[in-house]
Design a protein around this ligand. Structure first.
Ligand SMILES: Nc1ncnc2c1ncn2[C@@H]1O[C@H](COP(=O)(O)OP(=O)(O)OP(=O)(O)O)[C@@H](O)[C@H]1O
Length: 711
């Protein structure tokens, strides 16, 4: 089998399959902290991994039993020559539970979360909408009662008002503006006839429809006339500049969805171009700004785009109402608490969790959690967020090649028979959208906003997000529209302080112990160590859990080390992780600092047995110091330059940015640093397109804060 070949080739010294010398103190809140690590000589006695070697055949048998049916021998086989060479190699195995930092007790502050009720008892037919529209809502969309944001927003928009709308994720904001838009379209005297309506608003989130290859057909469609145009800011600016037949005189609605996101990325300049172009031709229109996380910055956009707007915020009365510093007029809401800007509403039925996991154990913990939820439990769907496309790709491929096959047959009588299916899907900005509805999903931040996938039950954040707003949007992919959902944030012990940071934004998380996550490995026989193999039933203690975790880690390491290509692929993912880690904003640097990373330990979480050479924190720091970059989080102006140059996923890349970049002083402008670092701005980027270095634009945006050539 595939595994057999792998284990043959490896000549594995399978520590995990050896009998334990002594029951370790696994119930302690600590996994062999370095400070208390036993002297080298004694370690084999005190650690759960004793020194005796296990023969390859023995180890091989362990996996053969469960994998023979699923593996294809050809895929993973190695030639005799390679095998001989590999056999000579001395391969180290995982010592997962040694020398880890202490896991601190989590003293999480309990805060009162901001909450909103989702539904009202009011029905759509009370709105006086066109009968056909009511019928479509009721029979096609199968909706009867309005959500709170809809009940407040729709009448205001039907009255012709501009609106600034904030309500929690998954509360139905899209229909809150779409229903008035469609109502006003059907009321128009001369309707534009098009075969299919191009569902294309200015949206700071997913917009899969635009791509530069379609520019010509886009132009043709624009010339013919369309009813609704959804676009990223940059793409619309391209059309304003290059499409002669684009006219705005008859625009009736301008909607900025995920408005704060547009500003986060520094697209004020693009927005100004759009607003100037539209204002020059048309004054008579309604403008709407929406987000689950409207931040103070949005008031700038509100100031330039909204006229006497209604401000709608669906916070429970007890929490006061949203008021972005009183800059826009409010009617529906009655502002009381300015600090609500820092506190976002969390869906009522969303249970948030955190787990503290030492770096070395991250990969097995994530894998165990995925197995627990998506394999051993019924009807679970999960989205896992990573900090970059490389991480998504790495974990997707690794899990596909290992978990799907090695998790094998469940232990008898323990699992619901229908739950053995495990499917993975990757989703990030470098790829076309391929959303399926019945699988576990790996996503980078591209999936954090706007995506409305049905019945997602778990959100896992493998890498902590850069801002509380992003945290809210990520967890907001579950517990939508009043449903139940859960989230798990995986933090390293050194990152425990992040829980307090969340609490300062009124976000409550409860702890799940890593040991409890790992204990799921006892539910599959294929992680069983040799000494337990013949025991039909026995109480599973912490010792065996550790042993099984080590077996799983060894599976990962063997897979990664089975070819040079895979090793370099894992190194690339590790490099991407560290680059992303170096880009946390200044206010989070005391929690997430590359200095606090133990590279050897982090390498383990990429299936690497050792930290790759030339991969040192000091190298990153040195390179960073040389670059003398401006503080991107401080200077908005720099962000603008950067956004223009990088052509983020929210832009189209149609501008002559490269030429512009080349003229810039390379020590002062971020764009020239990019070129210097070998990261080429992409000439043409629509939504979902990638930069030449393979990163999605947002990652490149983050990368600039460190160095593309560090490694
Ligand atoms: N009145 C309603 N009754 C039942 N379902 C609804 C209703 N309104 C919207 N929905 C459904 O709720 C889900 C979430 O809606 P939507 O995507 O508009 O949320 P949102 O507030 O825009 O979320 P986000 O801020 O995360 O983008 C969608 O599947 C939508 O079809």
């Amino acid at each position: 089998t595939e595994w057999a070949a792998s284990w043959d080739a490896g000549g594995v010294q399978a520590e995990a399959a050896r009998p334990p010398a002594k029951e370790s103190k696994a119930t302690k809140r600590k996994y062999g902290a370095s400070s208390e690590a036993p002297p080298a000589k004694q370690r084999n006695e005190t650690s759960f991994l004793p020194a005796k070697k296990t023969s390859v055949k023995e180890t091989q048998r362990t996996f053969k039993e469960n994998t023979q049916k699923t593996f294809s021998p050809k895929k993973y086989s190695v030639s005799t020559n390679d095998r001989n060479q590999e056999e000579k190699r001395c391969i180290k195995t995982s010592s997962l539970f040694k020398n880890n930092p202490e896991i601190p007790e989590l003293h999480r502050p309990v805060v009162k979360q901001v909450q909103e009720k989702v539904f009202t008892s009011a029905a759509f037919h009370e709105l006086g909408l066109h009968p056909h529209l009511i019928s479509t809502i009721n029979t096609v969309l199968k909706m009867s009662s309005m959500t709170r944001v809809q009940k407040q927003t729709i009448p205001a928009l039907l009255e012709g008002r501009d609106a600034l709308v904030r309500s929690q994720t998954g509360s139905g904001k899209t229909l809150a503006y779409c229903i008035p838009v469609v109502q006003s379209l059907q009321a128009m005297q001369s309707k534009i006839q098009v075969k299919s309506v191009s569902v294309c608003s200015v949206k700071g989130t997913s917009c899969w429809f635009w791509s530069v290859v379609f520019l010509k057909s886009e132009k043709a469609r624009l010339r013919k006339g369309i009813n609704i145009l959804i676009s990223t800011p940059g793409r619309l600016v391209d059309h304003i500049k290059s499409t002669k037949n684009i006219h705005f005189s008859r625009i009736r609605w301008l909607v900025f969805d995920e408005a704060d996101r547009i500003l986060d990325l520094g697209f004020e300049k693009d927005i100004t171009i759009i607003l100037n172009a539209i204002n020059a031709e048309c004054q008579e229109r309604q403008n709407v700004l929406l987000s689950a996380t409207l931040t103070e910055g949005v008031t700038r956009l509100a100031d330039i785009s909204l006229h006497s707007p209604v401000t709608i915020s669906v916070l429970d009365e007890s929490h006061g109402q949203f008021n972005p510093k009183g800059k826009v007029a409010q009617e529906v809401s009655c502002p009381q608490a300015g600090d609500e800007l820092d506190s976002f509403a969390i869906p009522e039925r969303l249970d948030q969790h955190v787990t503290l996991v030492p770096s070395k154990l991250r990969l097995v913990s994530l894998a165990a959690f995925i197995l627990q939820k998506c394999k051993f439990e019924k009807d679970q769907k999960m989205i896992v967020f990573f900090s970059s496309c490389e991480l998504v790709e790495f974990h997707y491929n690794l899990f596909l090649q290992t978990l799907l096959s090695s998790s094998g047959t469940p232990a008898l009588g323990q699992l619901p028979s229908a739950s053995t299916r495990l499917k993975f899907l990757r989703l990030h900005g470098n790829m076309e959208q391929e959303v399926s509805t019945d699988l576990s999903l790996c996503g980078s931040d591209v999936a954090a906003r706007g995506l409305d996938l049905p019945q997602v039950t778990w959100i896992v954040q493998y890498n902590a997000p850069c801002s509380p707003a992003e945290y809210i949007h990520r967890i907001g992919r579950t517990a939508r529209i009043g449903c139940h959902g859960s989230s798990l944030l995986i933090l390293a012990p050194s990152e425990a302080e992040y829980v307090n940071s969340l609490a300062s934004h009124k976000i409550n998380v409860s702890e799940i112990k890593m040991e409890d996550i790992l204990s799921v490995l006892t539910r599959s026989d294929c992680f069983k160590g040799r000494q337990w193999r013949n025991q039909k039933s026995h109480a599973v203690g912490p010792q065996e859990i550790r042993e099984r975790a080590t077996i799983l880690q060894t599976i990962f390491e063997d897979y990664v080390h089975s070819s040079e290509k895979r090793v370099s692929w894992a190194k690339k993912a590790l490099q991407s992780f560290i680059r992303a880690y170096a880009t946390y904003p200044r206010e989070l640097k005391h929690i997430f600092h590359v200095r606090s990373l133990h590279l050897g330990h982090v390498a383990k979480s990429f299936g690497l047995r050792d930290a790759p050479q030339n991969l040192s924190v000091s190298a990153i720091k040195k390179r960073k110091a040389n670059l003398k970059r401006p503080d991107l989080h401080k200077k908005t102006r720099s962000k603008h330059h950067l956004a223009e140059i990088l052509r983020s996923e929210y832009s189209s890349g149609m501008e002559a940015s490269v030429a512009k970049v080349k003229k810039q002083n390379k020590h002062e402008e971020p764009g020239s640093q990019l070129l210097q670092l070998g990261v080429q701005p992409a000439p043409c980027l629509g939504r979902g397109k990638k930069l030449r270095n393979g990163e999605k634009p947002k990652e490149a945006y983050r990368d600039i804060k460190t160095s593309g050539k560090v490694f």
